[in-house]
Design a protein around this ligand. Sequence first.
Ligand code: KG4
Ligand code: ZN
Length: 332
Amino acid sequence: MIILAIESSCDETSAAVLQDGKILSNVIATQAIHQKYGGVVPELASRAHQQQIIPVVEKSLTDAQVTKSELNAIAFTRGPGLLGALLVGTSFAKAMALGLSIPLIDVHHMQAHILAHFIDDPQPKFPFLCLTVSGGHTQIVKVTDHLSMEIIGQTQDDAVGEAFDKTAKLLNLPYPGGPLIDKYAQTGDPLRFAFPLVEMPGYDYSFSGIKTAFMYFLKKETTKEEAFIHENMADICASIQHTLVQILLRKLKKAAKETGIREIAIAGGVSANSGLRKSLQEEGKKLDWNVYIPKFEYCTDNAAMIAMAAYYKALKGHFCGQDVSALPRMSW
Ligand code: KG4
Ligand code: ZN
């Protein structure tokens, strides 16, 4: 079975080809245009997807050495994401499936982030817990099968990726700030500055308070010393990153302890963060977990993960009709 998968939920236009569970190609075009606006501008994202989608799909087919007539199904991200961005991928996938008279497979973007763990070995064993951390989501998901997932905890306000990006913006770093905080943090002291750890009930998270605390901290310090940010960038980034990672891991440890699950994975854009990856490995050693961390190329948005999720749906015969619509907020 050969599947072409399309991802267009935010600011990456991506297409991948999968054959019988193996990824043959994965092409990603990142939209640089948003950098100068300090965040993703939805209308510009939709336009860029329209410009990129055909060259990206063509390259994915060429890289995979597969022709259109060999495709057995077209998969696409149905949601969650930006409506205008999702509409480009959804409409493209529908038109292509119609033209080739082959079935369509709709994919949930966050479930696909989790199923990226099945692209390569080692693969987590069921049941496992997945900390799913991106620009729009922060969740602890209990995964009992490729297609059976339950959110047991999640953020009640901002996502952790948003917390990285917003704190980076306060430091005058360009969008997306998460990777830059990570970069500066490498040479900084994570314990130099302390920020409050907000305690939420159960396995839930909150990140809006930390952003406000950080804003007041910077205001106070820059009033005393104008060059404070410039002179302390590495320590500030290391400290904020340490705080965010501690918040993430506290609830993950609680969930692992209370569910008795020791197969632990991370997924989503923030799983590229080196502080999170390192701390998770260390905790895993201490607590005797089997830890699963995706390759960098499968952390941020990509169509290979959409293809993988589509493959498991296709095996169960879960196809969708041509009347399907994009869903900016898609339930599980
Ligand atoms: O999964 P993703 O590519 O898109 C969404 O579905 O949201 O995640 C993007 C998020 C952004 O907030 C970005 O700043 C963050 O992932 N991110 C990172 C790193 N790489 C990407 N955050 C911290 N450290 C990183 N190395
Ligand atoms: Zn994502």
